[in-house]
Structures are given as C-alpha cells and as structure tokens.
Design a protein around this ligand. Structure first.
Ligand SMILES: [Zn+2]
Length: 590
C-alpha cells in the first residue's frame, strides 16, 4: 500500500475514535482504542513513516492520560526527537517515579531506519498495554519510555533498495542520518544533534533496562530473533550476574513459549557451524553506552531473511517478554542495580580494555541450515549458500567471555582546562557532576604524555579514530586556572567518566579526536642557530653530555644524523614545549 493510502487509513481509524474531551484513566478494552491500527496491521509488509509514527502516538496520548508524547531536543534533520512515556498513574516525572519505586524500561527505535521492526512493534505494544486487560498489569511497577523514531533524517530518506539482502518491508528509511552518520557509532562523540538529545533523554531517565531494536545481516539460520545482551564481562558484576543467571534464561524461555525461540546474536567468523562469539559492545554502540550507565541493555537483532511480519512480531514478543519478566522481578532488579552502582562508586580500579578469552569455550544448542558450496552463475567460482531444505540442530562453540586487558587506578578527580568545553558538555549531558575551580590550582598531578598511537587511514564516522595508544605517565607540577573543570569520581557515572577520559579506552574522547591539538609541536628551531645553544647545553650539563655520547655510540643512524642530534638536545632544553603530546586532563590520585 502506498504511503498516502496508509496515512489515510490511519486517520480514518483515528477519526473513528469517540473523543469525549477528557482522557480516560481506565484500562478496560475500549472500542475507540481498538480502532486505532498501525499501517503494519493493515498491510504486513509496511512500516510507518516518521510522520505516521508521531501521529499514532499523538492519537494514543489524546485518548489516554497514561501516555505522554513530547518533543525532546533536536535532530540533524530539523525535526525534534520525541519522548513518549507510558505511566499508569499519569506521573511523568522521573524523580517522583523513581522515588515511588518504579522501574524504568527505555525503548529505542529506528536508529537504523532500514531495520524498523521496533517502530511498528512499539506502537502496537504501547496501545495494547492499555487496550488489553491482561497486559495492563505489566505497567504496575514499570514505566516505559519510548524513542519512537531516533534517526529521523534516515527515516525521511525512504526507499526500497538500500537493504539489498532484506525481506521487506516494501519501503523503509536509510541507515545514515541527515549528515550520513551511523547513529549507532555516535553515542560518545555525539557529532549529531540526535545523539546530543539522546544522551540528555537517556540521562533524564537513567533507565534500569534499555532495548535498542535492530535487524541483523550475516549468515542464514532458523531463528527470527537473535539477541545481543550487554557483554557480560563489561557490565558491573552484581548487575551482570543478575542478567546472566536470572534474566537471560527467563527471556529465552518466554520467547520459546511464544513460539519465537531466539539465539544469541550470530557473530560468526565463517558460518555458524564454526561457532559464534560474543559481541564486544564498545561505548560507541547503544548497549555499550548504556553499560557505562549500569543499565542492563539489549540489541534484539531480527533476521533479515525472515518476512517483515516475523520480525515485527518477534520484536513485539521480546519487549512483551521483558515486561513480563520485570513485572515479577522489578524489586530485585532495582536492588541489584542500586548495589551495583554503589560498588562502582567505591571501586578503586576500573577496567578500560577487554579482549576475547579464547580459552573459555561454552557450547550452545543451535538450529542452523547446512552451509554448502556450488558454482556461482556470476563468477564461475565456488559460492556459499545455506540449504534451507537441510536444517540442522547441534551443539556449536560459543565464545562469550572477555577478559580485562587493561585497567587503571581510579583517580580521586580529573582536572582539565576550560578550553575543552565540548568535553565538559558531554560529561554533563551524561549526568556527571562537573565542577569549576574557584581559584588557581598549582599542584603535582599524575599526567600522561601520549607516547605512541595509531590512526585509522580513512575517515570513520566523521573522525580519524586513534587506537593502540601508549602513554608515559609522569608526576608533574602543573597549574590549572580558576574556572577550569574538575570532575570528582565516586559518582554513579564513574564508568562513563573513566572510559571517556582515559586515553587508552577504545572510545575515549582522545580516541575520537577531542584532544588532537596536543599532537602537533607548535614551535621548532633552525639548526644553524641552535648549534651554539646546543654546544652550551652540553658544556653546562655533564649528565646530558653523557647520555648524548652514549646514544651516539649505540645508535649509528643517530650518530650520522646531525638534525636528529640537535633535536635530541632541543627536546631536553627549556626551549622545547612541555605541552607537546601532554594530555591536558590531569589525574589527582592522592
Ligand atoms: Zn542495526
């Protein structure tokens, strides 16, 4: 069905609503609500446009005092982000809701608008929670916050071709946003206005559980739904244990009972037969970002080759299963998170890098299709295909353990100059308390020199990302001015603070180029002028002379390179700038 027809149908349905002028608080089935259908319900190979999505929620909110829809911040498309809150008692204030013991479930949709199952599933779920009597109990101790359509710019760029390997819907949005950024890489650097608004909305609610709905690429297998849960070894231990031991088994069971048996996300080297690995969800990704805020997070990834209908229904089933789990365990989850956050605040060391532990191999019962090879009609070479007439079920290897490969001592505080306003803004958007020095601070700090690093060759999401960063740690007497920023640790957001400010963390602000100014030397010397000064330096400093002579003896290339020798002495002279490669964020460790 074309979009104008669908929009008309939506509004015809909406017009059938009996508008009384006052919203109903009742959760009994109403004819009016049941008349409100999504385009998907009319044509199963259809997903709602951005405008249809907002119109649907506005119609719902007009009928129900328990639903609020409000614009929240801007996006790169020029259209605002929207915040939808489902709160049974009509309270939409995060503070009072949390005080009354409500658990916050946060749903995000259309971060990749070509993977829109969550858009349609969330609309239906929001309605059904009020329409169907047996579901209304699920909101007794839970408040649901929905981002109905995150990547609006991508959503407006609609077509039917960009997901070449996907079975429907007929028309859908594009992955890149209005600036062609992948928003599922933008949670830390926040280049897009979308991410800025999202960071603020997420931290307004500080959700206990977060779901970001997707569709996968990759191998073929029998499941419609696959699941990325927060990498268990990256989540705070108490919270992770709850997720692994209580929540995940129950979600898998509930999905099977609903006939949507699911599997961990199929992250395979070749085909699933060879085993699958856990996904390291770095903070640039939604679930990795949420982990920095100690939220239990999920990226459900429906399978691209299953009909759109299966993908929407299994996404709906997953969110419903989550609500059912929460309804029984909300109190425990709130307790576990509270304890986990207190432990994070008190932790003296923080991990900043992880790597797959190949010695920890679990086994997983998996339902696949036989991977076979035949001659390609295109290339004449052997090509892979999955034979759907040859399904199999067997145990495969599952490598899902990541070990900490680098950790740091958590400092008492980080201090950095007022010049790095963008860094302070991002910290504040994330609920970090950022203070200002009320007078000059001269002290001995622990500081880093950036010793070495590598940089990606091609632009990646608007940046030239640094990696493999090595540091030289020095204790240095340094001065910060009145008004400079100081961030004390011991906050609920300690993980966010540490993983953003420690330059060796994969998604640190340093990695994302916020400090690139320090990487270039600003002043140099002319060899012919510096000759005399260098000679004088050697004469005045016997230790330096000894080091210099030693290096000449040991390093032939150095001995034959006059400029290198002068540079060696220049770097050890007062003329050399101390700020070259000096990371300006100091650590107060004592
Ligand atoms: Zn995706």
């Amino acid at each position: 069905m074309d979009s104008i027809m669908r929009l008309k149908t939506l509004f015809i349905c909406a017009c059938m609503l009996f508008v009384t002028g006052c919203k109903t608080q009742s959760f009994t089935m109403t004819k009016e609500l049941s008349a409100l259908k999504t385009g998907y319900e009319i044509d199963r190979n259809t997903t709602a446009t951005y405008q249809e999505t907002i119109a649907f929620y506005k119609e719902l909110a007009a009928q129900l005092a328990s639903i609020q829809i409000k614009p929240f911040g801007m996006t790169d498309s020029g259209f605002p982000l929207h915040e939808i809150v489902l709160s049974q008692d009509g309270d939409f204030d995060p503070k009072s809701l949390k005080e009354s013991g409500k658990l916050i479930l946060f749903l995000n949709n259309a971060i990749h608008p070509g993977e829109p199952c969550g858009v349609d599933a969330s609309m239906m779920l929001a309605r059904d929670l009020f329409l169907e009597e047996n579901l209304s109990a699920l909101l007794e101790n839970t408040v649901v916050v929905i981002v109905p359509f995150y990547n609006i710019g991508g959503g407006l760029n609609r077509g039917g071709y960009s997901r070449a390997n996907q079975d429907g819907p007929e028309q859908y949005g594009f992955r890149g946003n209005a600036r062609n950024l992948d928003l599922n890489r933008d949670f830390i650097k926040c280049d897009s206005e979308n991410a800025v608004s999202f960071n603020m909305l997420f931290n307004k609610w500080q959700p206990d559980i977060f779901i970001d709905n997707h569709t996968s690429n990759g191998a073929d297998y029998q499941y419609s739904m696959t699941l990325i849960a927060t990498q268990k070894d990256k989540l705070q231990k108490d919270i992770s244990n709850y997720m692994v031991e209580q929540m995940l088994p129950d979600l898998y069971k509930k999905m099977e009972q609903k006939n949507w048996e699911m599997t961990p996300y199929v992250y395979a080297q070749e085909t699933p037969d060879d085993g699958i690995m856990g996904f390291l969800d770095l903070p640039r990704y939604s679930s990795g970002y949420a982990a920095l805020h100690n939220a239990i997070s999920f990226m459900p990834e429906t399978h691209m080759l299953k009909p759109y209908e299966n993908r929407v229904e299994s996404t709906y089933a997953f969110m419903l299963s989550m609500l059912e789990h929460i309804a029984v365990h909300a109190e425990t989850i709130l307790d576990v998170r509270k304890r986990g956050i207190e432990n994070i605040k008190a932790q003296t060391e923080m991990p900043i890098q992880w790597e797959l532990d190949k010695t920890q191999v679990d086994s997983l019962l998996f339902k696949g299709y036989e991977a076979k090879y035949k001659k390609s009609l295109v290339t004449g070479l052997d090509r892979l295909y999955y034979d759907q007439s040859a399904p199999w079920e067997k145990e495969i290897n599952f490598l899902d353990t990541y070990k900490v490969s680098k950790k740091v001592v958590k400092p008492k505080a980080y201090v950095f100059p007022i010049a790095y306003k963008g860094v302070a803004e991002r910290l504040e958007m994330n609920g970090v308390q950022v203070d200002r020095l009320d007078s000059e601070m001269v002290s001995e700090f622990e500081m880093y020199y950036i010793d070495d690093f590598e940089t990606v060759k091609n632009a990646y999401e608007g940046h030239y990302l640094h990696y493999n960063v090595s540091l030289k740690t020095v204790n240095k007497s340094w001065k910060y001015k009145q008004g400079d920023y100081i961030v004390y640790t011991g906050q609920a957001a300690d993980r966010y603070i540490v993983e953003c400010l420690e330059p060796q963390a994969a998604d640190s602000y340093f990695a994302w180029n916020f400090f690139d100014g320090i990487l270039n030397q600003k002043e140099y010397f002319s060899s012919y002028v510096f000759e005399e000064i260098a000679a004088e330096l050697l004469e005045k400093d016997p230790a330096l002379k000894k080091e210099f002579e030693q290096k000449k003896k040991e390093d032939q290339a150095f001995a034959e390179n006059g400029r290198a020798q002068l540079s060696f002495l220049y770097q050890r002279s007062p003329h050399y700038e101390q700020t070259h490669r000096l990371y300006p964020v100091a650590r107060i460790v004592k």
